[in-house]
Design a protein around this ligand. Structure first.
Ligand code: SF4
Ligand code: SF4
Length: 56
């Protein structure tokens, strides 16, 4: 299990700053989560202004 970032992402970067394990990086047109690193904490979902991170 890991979170994924949907196409709703507006690339604001808020989630990346709040991820405790640095699983989030800036992708080409949205931010992306490394499923190997994500610990499913839900912090990115809470910090995102548009609800882009979703639990898979
Ligand atoms: Fe990082 Fe937690 Fe979001 Fe996973 S759920 S990407 S560990 S903030
Ligand atoms: Fe994208 Fe939401 Fe992360 Fe901002 S906080 S970069 S909109 S997923």
């Amino acid at each position: 299990m890991a979170y994924i970032i949907t196409d709703e992402c507006i690339a604001c970067g808020a989630c990346m700053a709040d991820c405790p394990v640095e699983a989030i990086t800036e992708g080409d047109d949205k931010y992306v989560i490394n499923a190997e690193t994500c610990i499913d904490c839900g912090s990115c979902e809470a910090s995102c202004p548009v609800g882009a991170p979703q639990a898979e």
